[in-house]
Design a protein around this ligand. Structure first.
Ligand code: BJW
Length: 326
C-alpha cells in the first residue's frame, strides 16, 4: 500500500516525512517535475480544475497555435493578463526550497512546466532548471522561418494597447463586474471575468516582429502540438541517460496530464527512482506505486519546505533576507 498523509492526519504525516527524509539524505541524483500547482499559493491559477477557465474559455484551448491564428488579439490579451499577474506575484516557499536544493545538491535537475518566471526569481540556478514549456517573458516571431527571439522582455504591457483596462473604462460592464476587483495581482479590471467587456484590439496594434517586419510576435511558450525546445530536451535526456541511477523523483503541483513532461516520472522510475507526489488533490496519488512512493496531500508551499528541510534548512530565513529577487 502506498504511503499517504494529509494535514488532517499529523501522526501519519510525520511518520511519512521521517521515512522520506531518510531516503532524501541517501539520495545522490534527484529530479523534480514541476507544474502550475507550485505557483498556486503565489496566487497564479492552474490550468485544469478550479481557475482553469479564462472568461468562458478553457485555458488549455487558448494555448494553441490554432487559437492564435484564429484570434491573435484574444490570445495576446490572455497572455498579457498572465504576464501582468506573474510579474505582480512573488515566489513562495516551495520555489525557494527547490532553488536551495539546486544550490546545495550537485546532481539535481528541475523540469518545470511553468512559464511564470517564479523559480528564476527565487534564484533557482539556470543550469538546474529546464523550462519544458518555455517562458511568458520570451517573445518570438510567429513565423518560424524568421526565427527572431527576444528573451526576458518584462515590459508590462508588452505594447500599450494590451494594458489592463482601469476601472471606469468599462461602460458596458454588468453590475457584477463593476464590483471592486479582489484579485491582488491585477492592477485594474480583472478581465478574466467574462462580465467585463474585452477592449477590441486591431491586429495592427499587436506586437510585431522587428526583424521580418511582417509577422506578429507571440509568447515564447510551447503550445499543444508544438515541439518542446530541442536544447532543453537534450539536457533532460542527458540527465536521464547518464550511467547512474536516479534515486528520487519529486512530482510537485502537476496533474501529469501533458506529455512528454508527464512521461518523465516513468523514465525516472525505470532508473530506480522512488517517487514523491505533492498535491492537494487526493486523486493525484492514485497511480502511485506500492510501498516505494510517498503522497504528500496538500499545498506545495507548506509541504515542500518541510520535505527538503534536511538538505536546505529553513527557507523562511532566505525569503525574509532576500524578499523578491527582482
Ligand atoms: C497544487 C496546489 C498547491 C493546486 N500545491 N499542488 C503522448 C500521449 C498523448 C498525447 C501526447 C503524447 N505526447 C504528446 C502528446 C500531445 C500533447 C499532450 O500531451 N496532450 C495531452 C492533452 C494528452 N503534447 C504536446 O502537444 C506537447 N508537444 C509535443 O509533444 O510535441 C511533439 C508531439 C506533438 C503532437 C503529437 C505528438 C507529439 C506540447 C505540450 C505543451 C503544453 N502547453 C501548455 C501551455 C503552455 C503555455 C501557457 O502557459 O499558456 O503547458 S498546456 C498546460 O498544461 C501548460 C502546463 O505546463 C501543462 C501542464 O499543466 P500542469 O502544470 O500540470 O497544470 P494543471 O492545471 O493540469 O495541474 C495543476 C495541479 O496542481 C493539479 O493537480 C492541482 O491539484 C495541483 N495543485 N494547487 C500543489 N497549492
Amino acid at each position: 500500500m502506498k504511503e499517504s498523509a494529509s494535514a488532517s492526519d499529523p501522526d501519519a504525516k510525520s511518520a511519512m516525512l521521517e521515512d522520506f527524509h531518510s531516503h532524501l539524505l541517501k539520495s545522490r541524483r534527484i529530479v523534480a517535475l514541476l507544474g502550475a500547482g507550485l505557483s498556486a499559493s503565489s496566487g497564479l491559477p492552474t490550468f485544469r480544475g478550479a481557475g482553469g477557465l479564462w472568461r468562458t474559455h478553457d485555458a488549455t484551448s487558448i494555448a494553441t497555435p490554432q487559437a492564435f491564428a484564429a484570434d491573435p488579439a484574444f490570445v495576446w490579451q490572455f497572455y498579457s493578463y498572465r504576464r501582468h499577474m506573474a510579474l505582480n506575484a512573488k515566489p513562495n516557499a516551495a520555489h525557494y526550497a527547490l532553488a536551495q536544493l539546486a544550490k546545495s545538491t550537485t546532481k539535481f535537475l528541475a523540469l518545470s512546466q511553468n512559464v511564470d518566471g517564479l523559480s528564476q526569481r527565487a534564484h533557482h540556478p539556470p543550469s538546474k532548471l529546464k523550462l519544458l514549456h518555455g517562458n511568458l517573458f520570451d517573445l518570438k516571431c510567429s513565423d518560424a522561418k524568421c526565427g527572431y527571439r527576444e528573451p526576458n522582455n518584462t515590459t508590462d504591457p508588452v505594447v500599450p494597447i494590451l494594458a489592463i483596462p482601469q476601472s471606469g473604462q468599462d461602460p458596458t460592464a454588468t453590475a457584477t463586474a463593476t464590483e471592486p476587483n479582489t484579485n491582488p495581482l491585477i492592477r485594474g479590471l480583472d478581465i478574466s471575468n467574462p462580465n467585463h467587456t474585452l477592449p477590441s484590439i486591431p491586429t495592427a496594434s499587436l506586437p510585431h516582429c522587428p526583424q521580418c517586419r511582417k509577422s506578429l510576435l507571440r509568447p515564447g511558450v510551447v503550445w499543444f502540438g508544438e515541439s518542446l525546445p530541442t536544447d532543453v530536451l537534450a539536457d533532460v535526456d542527458a540527465f536521464f541517460s547518464a550511467d547512474e541511477p536516479i534515486d528520487l523523483m519529486l512530482v510537485v503541483g502537476t496533474s501529469s496530464a501533458v506529455y512528454p513532461a508527464a512521461g518523465y516520472t516513468q523514465v525516472a522510475r525505470n532508473k530506480g527512482a522512488r517517487v514523491a507526489v505533492v498535491n492537494p488533490d487526493p486523486g493525484s496519488g492514485r497511480a502511485l506505486d506500492g510501498k516505494r512512493d510517498w503522497f504528500f496531500c496538500g499545498d506545495a508551499a507548506e509541504i515542500l519546505p518541510e520535505m527538503l528541510r534536511p538538505l536546505v534548512g529553513d527557507v523562511r530565513g532566505v525569503i525574509d533576507e532576500k524578499g523578491d529577487a527582482d
